[in-house]
Design a protein around this ligand. Structure first.
Ligand code: NAD
Length: 309
């Protein structure tokens, strides 16, 4: 078996080091506030990790626990507090459209997760900067951004091509089309030039910028293709199915593919996938947290820029 297993710890190391150096050499102390308003053990775990990584890099992290009915007021309080540079909420809170409403209550200038409508809209429309002078990059949601960084790290992005086209010719299957990860990820990768098969429980959509990347932003088309059709065509397979029993059928994976799992559960059979994949990334959580902190430092700088102007 010649499969190389690549761990999130190693992928995130250079980002954590860069954050640590930036914070130390510039002598800054960006503050992130995380709101925990649910009883979800996975959210508590994520909060624990965030606290640990922040302590390592020099970010001040404060976890604020509150009831879900108090959350909106607490977010507004943090929006108005100049000592808070970034805000995140551990979702799900209500588990319905109210969560979407709360995502938009977080001030756009403090939204480290990139979940505000402005960022989401800009991402889908391939608008990469907040200002005309192109000094402020848009914030991209942490997990999709983390997955882009994973793909850069393992060499799926082709550095010879210009930025924005570096996935031209790549075929990617993403098994998950949630609004938090799968759909934004499909859009980001297609905007960067890939042909993406986006799989969910109901079927498959294709995200692409057309032959020769003639479109400025991706378009989506429905397909009648099945997982059996698209897996053998895919250079990269990314999966995030939230179920312990779900397994990607290894026999359909192309020999030499890159396989990445972001689900909390192991969507690939570890032994089987290593017989087929060239590169296997079993988890990405640590990269997500590094992206969260990177977004925080970016927002810290934008806030300083706004105060100065
Ligand atoms: P979700 O429930 O909102 O979405 C799940 C998606 O998977 C949906 O698009 C659904 O249609 C699809 N799906 C489910 N079963 C399927 C099947 N059998 N075949 C094809 N598609 C199927 O979940 P989510 O918020 O996107 O989270 C998914 C997983 O990713 C969870 O395990 C979550 O904990 C994890 N997650 C990890 C990170 C990270 O940074 N590592 C971040 C966010 C979420």
């Amino acid at each position: 078996m010649s499969c190389k297993v690549v761990l999130a710890q190693g992928i995130s190391a250079s980002y954590r080091e860069e954050l640590k150096n930036t914070i130390k050499t510039r002598n800054i102390r960006p503050k992130l506030v995380g709101f925990l308003a649910n009883e979800d053990p996975a959210a508590a775990k994520y909060a624990e990790w965030t606290a640990k990584t922040c302590a390592e890099t020099g970010v001040e992290f404060e976890l604020r626990k509150c009831s879900r009915n108090d959350l909106e007021d607490k977010i507004i309080e943090a929006n108005l507090d100049a000592g808070v540079h970034g805000i995140m909420v551990y979702y799900p809170v209500f588990g319905d459209r109210q969560d979407q409403y709360l995502q938009n209550v977080v001030d756009v200038s403090k939204d480290v997760e990139g979940l505000h409508h402005k960022y989401v809209y800009n991402m889908y429309h391939n608008i990469r900067f907040l200002d005309e002078a192109k000094t402020k990059k848009c914030i991209i949601p942490c997990t999709p951004l983390g997955l882009v960084k994973v793909m850069e790290y393992v060499g799926v992005y082709n550095g010879i091509l210009p930025h924005g086209n570096r996935l031209h010719g790549r075929v990617v299957t993403i098994i998950n089309r949630s609004e938090i990860v799968g759909r934004p990820l499909a859009a980001l990768l297609a905007n960067d030039g890939a042909k993406v098969y986006s799989v969910d429980i109901n079927g498959i959509q294709e995200f692409h910028r057309g032959v020769g990347l003639q479109l400025k932003k991706h378009e989506v088309s429905e397909t009648t293709l099945t997982v059996e059709d698209v897996l053998p065509l895919s250079d990269v397979v990314i999966t995030g199915v939230p179920s312990p029993s779900y397994k990607v059928p290894s026999h359909l994976i192309r020999d030499g593919a890159v396989c990445i799992n972001f689900s909390t559960y192991k969507n690939f059979d570890g032994d089987e996938i290593k017989k087929k994949a060239a590169i296997y990334v079993p988890a990405v959580g640590k990269v997500t947290v590094a992206m969260l902190e990177r977004n925080l430092v970016r927002l810290y700088d934008y806030q300083a820029q706004d105060r100065a102007s």
